[in-house]
Write a protein that binds this ligand. Structure first.
Ligand code: NAI
Length: 286
């Protein structure tokens, strides 16, 4: 039995993850706007701080896993809320919980696992301005607002959503491999779902986005099921994922491959190799 925290637990994929963890008799603390052990608004700094502290208190400072599923869809006029909930919150919460995750790994003798919810919108939303993604990574909310105003137009919500998930995925990859995370026994990875039938997707289908979503290419057809995504998350929390680190696992019915078959994987530049090899001395093998 382990100690887990799940944000976005009241609905959709987060709720399915909670059900699986509890069925396996884990201790799970849930975080959401409503119907949760810890009720907190993750779009605000006080909400994030109280959630971070309350979770640590309830789990006695030891965590074996964390799932960051809370998220807001690309709704018009909510661009800064999207940024705060989808990007700022998971990072702040994880930074607050890092020591508890390291303590959990040390106590259990196996790695702790973190699964962050990204999205295939990070890579399949066309034309997200690089400057917008950088405004997330460099914590520049005013630049973010300016770029969205200048280049967003009616695409502003989709750009804000895609950029929040792209920057979050970049943060996961940069952070997962550091001594403070990989070296402390924490496996940090992201799942990138495609169109999954949940209340979040349903609210888009009920709005002006219906035609765009219904005609968006999904090679296997239809929509994904929240329960299937929860099965993937459960796998990424299991001992089978001990060697998974900094991966963005796409479960999207083939949409990303359809658009970007040749873009990834790609080989790294020769010029970058010496720098990375020097840094690699920090890692040891048994
Ligand atoms: P959902 O809408 O069913 O669940 C999201 C949960 O996040 C809700 O319970 C909601 O109350 C909570 N939440 C929203 N704002 C919050 C706030 N300010 N503070 C605390 N909690 C808040 O959505 P779904 O589809 O299960 O999404 C889960 C994650 O997967 C999200 O991060 C979403 O961006 C991502 N995702 C969803 C896709 C889909 O097609 N459904 C596709 C790709 C990614």
């Amino acid at each position: 039995m382990g100690n887990y925290v799940v944000t976005g637990s009241a609905s959709g994929m987060g709720a399915e993850v909670v059900a699986r963890l509890r069925a396996d008799e884990h201790r799970v603390i849930t975080v959401d706007l409503r119907s949760a052990d810890v009720v907190a608004d993750l779009s605000t700094a006080p909400g994030r701080e109280s959630a971070a502290t309350e979770v640590l208190h309830r789990l006695d400072g030891t965590l074996h896993g964390a799932v960051l599923a809370a998220g807001v869809g690309p709704l018009p006029g909510r661009e800064e809320v999207i940024a705060q909930v989808n990007y700022v919150a998971p990072i702040q919460l994880l930074e607050s919980w890092r020591e508890a995750l390291a303590a959990g790994a040390a106590a259990a003798g196996v790695s702790s696992k973190v699964v962050v919810f990204g999205s295939n919108s990070a890579s399949v939303t066309p034309g997200i301005p690089q400057l917008l993604v950088r405004s997330f990574l460099n914590d520049r909310p005013r630049t973010r607002a300016r770029v969205l105003k200048a280049f967003g137009g009616r695409n502003a919500p989709a750009f804000a959503y895609g950029a929040s998930k792209l920057a979050l995925s970049t943060w996961v990859r940069r952070t997962a491999v550091t001594p403070e995370w990989a070296g402390a026994g924490i496996r940090l990875n992201a799942i990138a779902p495609g169109a999954i039938m949940t209340p979040l997707l349903q609210s888009q289908l009920d709005g002006a986005e219906r035609e765009r979503i219904e005609t968006f290419p999904v090679p296997v057809g239809g929509y994904g099921e929240a329960g299937h995504l929860a099965d993937w998350v459960a796998f990424m929390l299991s001992p089978a994922a001990d060697f998974l680190c900094g991966s963005i696992v796409y479960v999207d019915g083939g949409t990303d491959a359809y658009f970007r078959a040749d873009a990834w994987p790609a080989s790294s530049s020769l010029l970058s190799i010496p720098r990375w090899l020097l840094r690699a001395r920090a890692f040891s093998r048994p």
